[in-house]
Design a protein around this ligand. Sequence first.
Ligand SMILES: Cc1ncc(C[n+]2csc(CCOP(=O)(O)OP(=O)(O)O)c2C)c(N)n1
Ligand SMILES: [Mg+2]
Length: 543
Amino acid sequence: MSAPQELTVARHLAHRLRGQGVTEAFGIVGDYVLKFVSELTHEGMPVLVTMDEQGAGFAADAYARVRGLGVVVCTYGVGGLKLANAMAGAWAEQVPLLVVSGAPGVAERRDDPLLHHRVKDFDSQLQVFRDLTCAQAVLTSTHSAAEEIDRVISSVLSELRPGYIEVPRDMVGRVIEPPEGGLDVRLPALDPDALSHAVSDVVAHVRAANTVVIHAGSTVQRRGVGDALHRLATQGGIPVATSSLARGVFPERHPLGMGVYLGALSPTPVVQRMESADVFLSLGVLQTDLTLGAFTAHIDHERLILATESDVTVGHSTYRKVPLWAFLPALADALAGESLTVEHAPLPGHGPFIADDRPLTVADVVHAIESHVDERHSLLLDPGEALFSAVDMRVPTYAHASAYYATMGFAVPAALGVGTADPQRRPVVVVGDGAFAMTGLEAGTCAHHGIPVIVVVLDNAGYGTQRPIVDGPFNDIPAMAADRLTEVFGTGRGFLATTARELDDALAFAVASNELSIIRVRLPRDGRSAALERLGEALRARA
Ligand SMILES: Cc1ncc(C[n+]2csc(CCOP(=O)(O)OP(=O)(O)O)c2C)c(N)n1
Ligand SMILES: [Mg+2]
């Protein structure tokens, strides 16, 4: 028998990550982290390099949305601080994302020297991340390093928030002590009595109702109770709309699927069904302005059953310590075998896309993408018209978005993350020209790592969704021939679509090929999606 291998920070971290289903990380090196990245790579945990740290952060975030944990590795200061926005987005949208940063060595810090990348103090970066993460560790001792790593990973998985680990470079390669135990992942607290009372109460409401609808949110996905959701819906015949943070948690083209519900942004038939139901079951939906259509969602309190990460509220009573992870399966069990009196006729879909020579509108793009994308793809929607207009699409697959934090430039790097986490699905990105200008170069990164992403750039000459709020030269951006970037990258194929036929042809070609495809869609500068028109109307009516 060979002697057991000695433990190092990289070996322990790689081991723990593999245990959670993580097989690759994302990041950019630098002298404070090079040796560590090299060791991680030797431990079988490759770090996929992006063009910018923010891109690595978004990729790791998206990877976490699919695999349940994502990791981004960076150098100190210049790298770490560029990740602040990605970590903030992960906090806001409850994504378990771990950042591991290299740093000056413990010994190097002693005389307080001015080492490159330092800001105010050696712990400036740590201070920034204290506010953006649920747990932090600076690995300064071989005695505690493994346990500190475990503590941070446990918190990230328990709380579904980002975490921060800083590795001083002189700790890399040193033998560390094995931890006493394993990870300690704690689900939100459960009171079994409260659970059974909550379930009885909800069952009584559901049995008495003629119409019941489900609004399913990201906590369903994050807490791994998608199967229970499916069971609950299909056995009872209860129609489901998802939140914009959870598209794909229930198949939108299922006869019970209604697509996405975001208050007045949603198609009128969806709004009517959702808001007229006798019982509105809100399951793990983050209740935010953006995911509820600027709070235009009208749900009568009397009819609302609100199940969150920790509690269930039925009308005016709240059952504490009834977390979604326990409530949803228990409710599905309680209603098993029951034929409810729920009424539901499938919503009509769009007809076939007519590919003629008319100039394109946002509605055309939604319709065309809907007719070409299927279960072999995953969709990434960037904030702006890309995200809003897709409300009118019945997505056949998963669609990921920074739908609440709403950081522009998320979608292209996120394609690297989901394409890596779920290689069976080819990512299709829909992104505004403004957002593409921020992080679109990561399309080249996708190709570099063998992910033949399809990027549809909505070119409306600038910040279209800002114009109706206040317009001025600050909404104009320099023109960019995004379709010619494939020449710059030396791989893939670019398309410029100005008519419905050109878009249809480009999408057909891109979907049939297996190479990077960038489709630049020329849209009117002041065109609006149907979704934003509806929202505008609702907000005017409210005013
Ligand atoms: C990183 C970031 N900066 C600024 C904003 C504010 N913002 C929201 S939408 C938008 C314009 C987006 O332009 P584009 O990507 O072209 O999409 P469009 O609005 O034209 O559909 C801006 C500037 C933001 N959400 N994120
Ligand atoms: Mg734009």
